[in-house]
Design a protein around this ligand. Sequence first.
Ligand code: UD1
Length: 369
Amino acid sequence: MGRVVSEILCVVGARPNFMKMAPILDALRAYPKLHPFLVHTGQHYDEDMSRIFFTELELPAPDRDLEVGSDTHARQTARIMMAFEPLVQERAPKMVVVVGDVNSTLACSLVAAKLLVPVAHVEAGLRSRDRTMPEEINRLLTDQVSDLLFATSADAVENLLAEGVAKENIHLVGNPMIDTLKRHLPAARARGTVERFGLTTRSYALVTLHRPSNVDRVDSLRRIFDALRALSELLPVVFPVHPRTRERMDRAGIRVPPGIHLMDPLGYLDFLGLMDRARFVVTDSGGIQEETTALGIPCLTLRPNTERPVTITEGTNRLLGEDPSAILSAAKPLIEGKFPEPRSPKLWDGNAGTRIAEALACRLGVGLT
Ligand code: UD1
C-alpha cells in the first residue's frame, strides 16, 4: 500500500516572501508524509526581484508559476485569485501556507478559505493600525480567514487575541526571516561586497525606500532626495533602488548627486553584506526593520508608524515620521556616537521554521516517520 502523503501548497509572490518561506520548506523535509508544493504567483518576476533569491536562498524551483506580473491592486489580486483557484481544485491540498502581507498573501488565503482548505498565515498579527497601507489591509483580512496563525512576536499574539482569534490557533514561533539571515550571514560576509563597492566598515549609510506613501508623490520624493543629498555630504550613501522608486524618479526627473551611489536592486547576499557593515540604515521596509535589529545596526524608518513595534522596544529601530528632513538630525548622533549592541527579540533564534513545520505536522496529524 502506498504511503498517504498530505500536500501543503506553499505560496510565495514577492521579494520579501522568499526569505520567510525558505526555512519552512527546509524544515518540512523532516516529515516524509508532508509534501510541500511550491507556488510562485509571479507578483515579482524579474531576475533582480525574484530569480536571484531562488538561487541564493537555495529554494527549490516553484512547482507552479502563476505568472501574474504587475498591475493595479484590484487587478493583480483578482488575477492571482483566478489563477490560484483551479490549482487548489487540482491539487486538493490539506493546507495552504501564506507568508507576510503582500497582495499574493491575501489573494491566495481568500481562495483557499472559500474552497474550505485550511490556511496557515506566517507573520500573523502584525498591525500598523494604518489602513492607508495596502499591506495593513492584506494583514487584517488574511488573519480573519486563517486557521493557523504563526506570530513572530508577543505583540502580534495580543493583537490577534484582541481581534477575537481563538487562542489555540495562535502559535508564537519566532521569526523565519531571521532563520534565513542567520543561515546566510557567513556566506554574505565572505563575498566582500563592501570592498567591491569601494566602501569600508561603518563608513556609509544604506538606504532603501519603496513605499507608495514616500515615493509615489513627486513632492515627497524630491524632499527625500534633498535630505539624502545633505546626508551624502557627511558620509557615502548607498541606495539600491526598487523598480517602483526608479520609475517614479525617472518620471519626476530627479537628479542624483555623486555622493549617492544608486544601483539596481541587490541580491540577498550582497544586501545582507552591506547591511551588516553599514553605519546605519534608512528604510521604509518592514523586513529590514527586523533584520537590522537582529544584526544590531541602527535603523531609521521613514514612516509614521510600524507594524513591528518590537524592533523599537527590543531592537535598534527608530521611527522618523514622514518628514525626510528628520533623516539628517537622526543621522548625526549615529555618525558621531557609539555603536549599539545587537539585541534579539524572544525566539528570533534561527529555529522558527522548525517550530512552524512542527505545528503544521501536528495540525495535520503527521509525525516524523
Ligand atoms: C510589494 C508589496 C510590498 C513589499 C514589496 C517588496 C504589495 C501590496 N506590496 O510592493 O509589501 O514590501 O513588494 O518589494 O503586495 N516591478 C518590477 N519587477 C518586478 C516586480 C515589480 O519591475 O519583478 C515593478 C512594476 O513596475 C510594478 C512595481 O514594481 O508596477 C510595483 O510592484 P508591486 O508588486 O505592485 O508592488 P511593490 O511596490 O513591489
